[in-house]
Design a protein. Structure first.
Length: 286
């Protein structure tokens, strides 16, 4: 119970919000609040100053933070060791994916070799996936961003140019290749901020001096495809991520187009862990 209460305190202190902490912990807000208050009442301390609905960490809370950080890191290390202990064909592996095209092919081959290994795949943009890796929420993660953090090991899985995703009835499908200037008359559907695809698309359009007629932000690749299917606009994707849906098609751009790489990352100090090492070996074998 103490570790659970300390974890709630730590996440609230780090995020500055009970709401965000409850979401990350998978708990209700009242449960998180109750755990922190129980900790304060049992030890007769105040971890947060509460004023006008805001939480400000107290001096006692600040002193406690590094100790709790060490404790939770030890808990993560123990959990990781248990998941990777035992026979080579058993255990569990947590993956984070930005571009399922590359990762799922590897997962399929890995599962055929090690059918008893439990695999889970979380999804998000590049920034989110690196954050979950550094926070030990996943064991390996893909990202389109080139990370130079010395704690990370990196391998490149592939690279694809950016293309325009269209509904088959869109007028631009009549072209074999689309000039960037044509997007000035389009509703451009974009990923959320933090997406590498969005960053590269905006840079490409800015350098070409092109401003789309309008834009709409949609926070997932799958939702973007659905929006294009409903003819709400067009979107820019990496070529490998284009759907095979019969009502969707893609066109390259006339101008030189940025290439979107896809990297696989893990923590260097866990690179030789049994399951991580076997997954990396499967990647290298492709």
């Amino acid at each position: 119970m103490l570790v659970t209460q300390l974890k709630s305190f730590f996440i609230v202190a780090r995020l500055g919000s009970v709401t965000l902490a409850a979401k990350q912990l998978g708990l209700s807000q009242p449960t998180v609040t109750t755990q922190i208050r129980a900790l304060e009442e049992h030890y007769g301390i105040e971890l947060f100053h509460r004023s006008s609905g805001r939480l400000v960490i107290s001096d006692a809370g600040v002193r406690l933070l590094p100790l709790v950080d060490q404790l939770l890191q030890q808990e993560i290390d123990v959990e990781f060791a248990l998941r990777n202990a035992g026979e080579p064909q058993h255990g569990s592996l947590r993956l984070g994916a930005t571009a399922p095209y590359y990762l799922l092919d590897i997962v399929q081959r890995y599962h055929q070799r090690f059918p008893q290994v439990e695999i889970s795949v979380a999804a998000g943009n590049s920034r989110q996936m690196i954050a979950t890796l550094l926070e030990y929420q996943v064991d390996l993660a893909t990202s389109s961003q080139l990370e130079t953090d010395p704690r990370l090991f990196r391998m490149e899985l592939g690279a694809d140019p950016l293309v325009l995703l269209l509904h088959v009835q869109h007028p631009l499908t009549q072209m074999d290749a689309v000039p960037l200037a044509a997007l000035a008359d389009c509703m451009l559907l974009t990923r959320e901020r933090g997406s590498t695809t969005r960053q590269m698309s905006e840079q490409m359009l800015s350098e070409a001096g092109v401003q789309p007629r309008a834009s709409m932000e949609i926070a997932s690749r799958e939702a973007l495809r659905e929006a294009v299917l409903r003819q709400m606009g067009v979107s820019i994707f990496a070529r490998s991520e284009v759907s095979t849906h019969p009502l969707l098609c893609s066109r390259p751009f006339v101008e030189p187009t940025p290439v979107l790489p896809e990297y696989l990352y893990c923590l260097k100090d866990r690179r030789n862990a049994r399951l991580i090492a076997s997954f990396l070996a499967e990647c290298q074998a492709q």
